[in-house]
Design a protein. Structure first.
Lengths: 248, 290
């Protein structure tokens, strides 16, 4: 059914720290690697080694420049994948029931056997989280690595989404955002976690932690007054030239 | 948004077809036998052909039966169910009219209502999308319905009602273009709210996540042809509204009506192409584009 559950028992999701993300794209590669050979059809590429390569990815890293009113501009790397919205517009538009939100943990998934590849869910998503696989003609999206997080064949340390496991700078966190006492919820509360495009009313589960303010180094140099330039005006030939040109 | 040929053909043809079937359903014109056959054949081929065209852009059209299952939540599913219901009911009505000299008018009225609802459901597929501010407005279903009924009215040779509906559609089209142009800005969604970084300063897309193209850019950040938008608006408005109205004012002969229908259909194709090409999706903001 493509009607949304009123509540979910858990709200599993990601917390992404924009302060520590270094923009290495390791999460992009690890996501593609895991998801091309597990849940659903492979994530195909088209013309991968040719002049116009393109392909299906479930996670992509943008980079933005933010210019504050004063001070230098800041570069912010910005990983983006499905936000597993509580009020997911992609789910309700689906004509076949292929898109659904799980009642037990809130993960938004696509049942690829029922997907007709109409693309309407990708139109309904404001975040560009869904991409149609050009080889299989079905919609692909982040599964929150549903085939890892409950997988008892994996060591416990690996039972998190592939992107979280891979991130070398600890910028990605996974947990239950519906539980106020969970580590991710505490992180969101402490760092002022934010929603993307909150005005569209999608109520994203994933949160983004804003970059911390930059340290400001105070101007402090006791020698500075003694190093002021001594000669304020030019003397000699250059001084005469300066005056002469000034008069013209 | 990418103006896919199959979707343009679908919305224009099925709009005209269901429009014609609506008029036939309410008994305007009152036709019997062979005359009725050709009227209904035209209506069914436009409506059915349009629906068939819409399956060409699907990744897996063989699973289309499943699309009838989610009518509780999905406008696309509702459209499919309503279209099949309208065609079935009007099919029975047509059989009575053509072969049995019977006039089951209840079926005709019911079919007309279903045909109008089908066009409404089609328009709501677009109007429901908050992600495309230009479409997300009551004028989208209103314009789809007016164009369907006026074009269908021309096909049914209902000259005076069609002229009134055409004039109304023209006025609404102008209003929709004017109010649609500023709607993206007025909704307040920009690169600042998209990234959540707007409170910190001026946000600029510095580096895209991929150097090549991808599905999102091809499908939703389609820019080709927007530079000719003003010229195309003039051309489509002249063909779709002004020229058919002018022709019908000169005379109401069958030949004039046929000319008016052809011009109106061509104009509607241009209008529908613009409907997609000019629509901007908020996902473009993540790429610093519109």
């Amino acid at each position: 059914m493509t009607t949304l559950p009123k509540t979910t028992q858990k709200k599993l999701g990601l917390v992404i720290d924009l302060d520590t993300c270094v923009g290495c794209h390791a999460c992009v590669v690890s996501c593609k690697g895991w998801n091309t050979e597990n849940y659903g059809v492979p994530l195909s590429d088209q013309d991968a080694y040719g002049a116009d390569p393109s392909g299906t990815f479930l996670n992509r890293v943008h980079s933005y420049e933010v210019q504050p009113e004063s001070g230098p501009a800041q570069l912010i790397h910005f990983p983006k994948s499905c936000l597993h919205c509580e009020d997911a517009p992609c789910v309700t538009v689906c004509p076949t029931g292929a898109s659904y939100k799980r009642q037990e943990d809130g993960i938004v998934l696509v049942n690829e056997d029922a997907c007709i590849g109409c693309g309407l869910c990708a139109w309904a998503c404001p975040y560009g989280a869904r991409e149609m696989d050009q080889a299989a003609g079905v919609m692909k999206k982040c599964t929150l690595c549903v085939d890892r997080i409950y997988n008892e064949n994996l060591p416990e340390v690996d039972r998190v989404p592939s992107c979280v496991r891979t991130c070398p700078s600890g910028a990605r966190h996974f947990g239950d955002l519906g539980d106020e006492t969970s580590e991710v919820s505490e992180l969101v509360a402490a760092r002022g976690g934010m929603d993307l495009m909150p005005e569209l009313g999608t109520k994203p589960v994933n949160k983004y932690l804003p970059p911390r303010p930059k340290d400001v180094i105070p101007e402090f140099d006791i020698l500075a007054p003694y190093l002021e330039p001594v000669a304020k005006t030019q003397k000699g030939f250059l001084g005469w030239l300066d005056k002469a040109l000034e008069k013209i | 948004m990418h103006p896919a040929g199959s979707v343009i053909v679908f919305t224009v043809a099925s709009g005209l077809g269901f429009g014609l079937l609506t008029w036939l359903g309410i008994g305007l014109p009152e036709v019997r036998g062979w005359v009725a056959f050709w009227h209904y054949a035209l209506g069914f081929s436009l409506a059915g052909g349009g629906l068939l065209a819409s399956t060409f852009h699907l990744g897996n059209p063989q699973r289309f039966l499943m699309a009838f299952s989610q009518w509780r939540s999905s406008w696309l599913s509702r459209e499919g169910c309503l279209a099949v219901a309208a065609l079935a009911v009007l099919g029975l009505f047509a059989i009575g009219k053509i072969f049995l000299e019977a006039n089951w008018q209840v079926l005709g009225y019911l079919g007309a209502i279903l045909a109008v609802l089908t066009v409404f459901a089609t328009s709501m597929i677009y109007a429901q999308l908050k992600t495309v501010p230009r479409w997300n407005h009551w004028s989208t279903p209103a314009l789809f319905l007016l164009l369907s009924l006026s074009g269908g009215g021309l096909l049914a040779a209902q000259i005076l009602p069609s002229m009134i509906l055409l004039a109304l559609a023209g006025a609404l089209q102008l209003a929709a273009w004017l109010s649609g142009d500023g709607r993206f800005e007025s909704r307040g969604t920009d690169i600042g709210t998209a990234t959540g970084l707007g409170v910190r300063g001026i946000v600029r897309a510095f580096e895209p996540p991929h150097t090549g193209n991808n599905y999102l850019l091809k499908e939703m950040v389609h820019k080709v042809g927007r530079k000719h938008a003003v010229k195309l608006r003039l051309i489509s408005f002249a063909l779709m509204i002004l020229m058919p109205l002018g022709l019908l004012m000169i005379s109401g002969t069958a030949l004039m009506v046929i000319f008016a229908v052809l011009l109106h259909a061509i104009g509607t194709f241009a209008q529908r192409w613009l409907f997609f090409a000019e629509a901007e999706h908020v996902v473009g903001l993540y790429y610093g584009k519109r």
